[in-house]
Design a protein around this ligand. Structure first.
Ligand code: SAM
Length: 271
């Protein structure tokens, strides 16, 4: 399941090589190489639609990465010094972003990806630019307990990131995750989420290759994400990929199809 995290790293490595990259992730290539995805293998022969879908997923990963980088910078600027990355995978923000003095960044994922990551980080001699605390726990188990044991302080505000994660969790697990995040969030906490767009599972998952990321997608965003998050105690804003991509100078080449639905890039502040 965590192989998807290495696929994300491959996309970030490709972006890092672009002249006008929206972010630079110097560890991404090493993660992709250690996972057998670098040099990026040529895609299996397939139809044009499959190629477009792959490009679409890669594009969305690049835009969401930039979106969440910006959200984290704003959170730091607001004074937040606790960061929790849920389903961290090969997220290397602890290494590649500037953090104010005193920042503690918790990376929550299961042991296997965190061990893989640790070996690549060691091999690369990379040093975190904040206090980085990996927390090996399954998000279906008592992760708030594990987080607290690792030193997270729920009385101080936290910025939470769940990037490319919720789409893999069934709806009841998403609800439980949000309730638990809320219970650990002091007022002024912030949160960045990426949600699967309505219809994405049918469009991308139905004929996805077995074992591919899209074949594991199980949940999409609710019709009214702002209302849903308000019910969980958050003031949320939804952004679309199209709107963010244009704002970042990387406009989407495909024309909008009908009316744009609420977007799956969520920025939220705890009430
Ligand atoms: C698609 S990857 C995204 C990784 C990272 N957030 C990023 O964007 O680079 C999804 C990650 O969620 C983690 N994950 C999925 N289900 C999980 C669970 N039940 N407990 C802990 N981690 C989980 C996987 O191990 C994987 O690293």
């Amino acid at each position: 399941m965590w192989a998807t995290a290495v696929g994300v790293a491959k996309v970030r490595a490709l972006e890092t090589g672009r002249e006008n990259a929206l972010f630079r992730d110097p560890l991404a290539q090493a993660f992709a190489a250690a996972g057998g995805l670098w040099p990026a293998p040529s895609p299996p022969p397939g139809d044009e639609a499959a190629r477009r879908r792959r490009l679409g997923v890669a594009f969305s990963i690049v835009i969401r990465t930039k979106f969440l980088d910006d959200l984290l910078r704003r959170a730091s600027a607001s004074g937040i010094r606790q960061v929790v990355v849920l389903g961290a995978g090969m997220d290397s923000r602890a290494f590649r972003m500037d953090w104010p003095e005193g920042t503690r960044l918790f990376e929550v994922d299961t042991a296997a990806p965190l061990d893989f990551k640790a070996s690549v980080v060691r091999q690369e001699g990379a040093a975190a630019r904040c206090e980085r605390i990996p927390v090996a726990v399954d998000l279906r188990e008592d992760w708030p307990g594990a987080l607290a044991a690792a030193g997270h302080d729920p009385t101080a505000p936290t910025v939470w990131i769940a990037e490319g994660l919720l789409i893999y969790l069934p709806e009841d697990a998403v609800e439980l995750l949000l309730a638990r995040i809320g219970a650990q969030s002091a007022a002024g906490s912030r949160m960045g989420l990426t949600l699967g767009l309505r219809g994405v599972i049918e469009r991308f998952g139905a004929d996805a290759a077995p074992g591919s990321a899209a074949s594991m997608w199980v949940s999409e965003m609710p019709d009214d994400p702002v209302g849903w998050l308000a019910g969980h105690g958050w003031d949320a804003e939804c952004h679309t990929l199209r709107e963010r991509a244009a704002a970042y100078g990387r406009p989407m080449s495909t024309p909008p199809q009908g009316e744009e639905r609420p977007g799956g890039l969520i920025s939220a502040v705890r009430r």
